[in-house]
Design a protein around this ligand. Sequence first.
Ligand SMILES: C[S@@+](CC[C@H](N)C(=O)[O-])C[C@H]1O[C@@H](n2cnc3c(N)ncnc32)[C@H](O)[C@@H]1O
Length: 292
Amino acid sequence: MTENDQRAEWRRKGEIWVVNHERIDRMLAPLGRAALDVAAPKPGESVLDVGCGAGTTTLQLAEKIGAGGSVLGVDISEPMLDFARERAAAAASGLPIRFELGDAATYAFPRARFDLLFSRFGVMFFADPVAAFANLHGALKPGGRLCFVCWRPAAENELVSLPARAVKALIPPAPRSEPNAPGPFSFGDPARVTSILSGAGFSNIALETFGCRMLYGVGETRDGAIDDAVEQAFETGPFSRALGELQGDVRERAREAVRAAFADRAEDGGVFIEGNAWIVTALADHWRNPRQ
Ligand SMILES: C[S@@+](CC[C@H](N)C(=O)[O-])C[C@H]1O[C@@H](n2cnc3c(N)ncnc32)[C@H](O)[C@@H]1O
């Protein structure tokens, strides 16, 4: 995909994300919180939020570092950034936040500026990940920290595996996709992530597994929560395109099958699905970066 294609794709996804931001944030909250705990942003630090999207974690980072620090959120999706700017303007004044539209893989970041590079699910989409992370590496101060959360493989994430299993008998199997192609699950293999980061010059690379129950559907009643989960599966997330392309009778049968699958996960208070991620940490070691 060219940068223009990526921009167009994330414009389309961004518009959907903005409409659904409350339910997506609710679902991702425990994973973002866990990564923020590990990243441990400190008052006064300078932080870069990579693929910041609608700015949820950018705001959280800014609250932690306070007025003496600064946070830059970079993203390729205009609608997401427009919404992020609105949210930052509506938040408590004085938060040291800036947003920039750009491709983090090639963006001309100031060299050796940041203490911390953070991302919640924003770094798995680079066409050349080693080059992209080398670019990001150059933006970190020597000894600066990298911390991001990314998905473990799709088969371990009910966001995809649960609806996929439910409709298996109804839709033709998707063509085998290249697991390392840019996409939400392209960082599932820990050896690959380690190799990308060490190729980009990072040291002290560590991947910690993090699993949690994600709140996927909410409603005033059990049925309402299940309906909310079904709507979310059809409208957002990695399996929504496959479901969205279904027509007529097959679509209705798929909806019923997905509904039955989520009904199994409904409890008082909502529909919960299992999410599994890596929390990845590394340090910038400027002496070992082969690309600088
Ligand atoms: C799954 S979303 C996560 C958004 C946000 N971090 C969050 O947790 O709400 C992935 C984000 O990465 C952004 N993105 C994808 N490729 C990018 C690139 N090359 N440079 C900057 N942002 C990118 C997308 O526009 C999108 O906002």
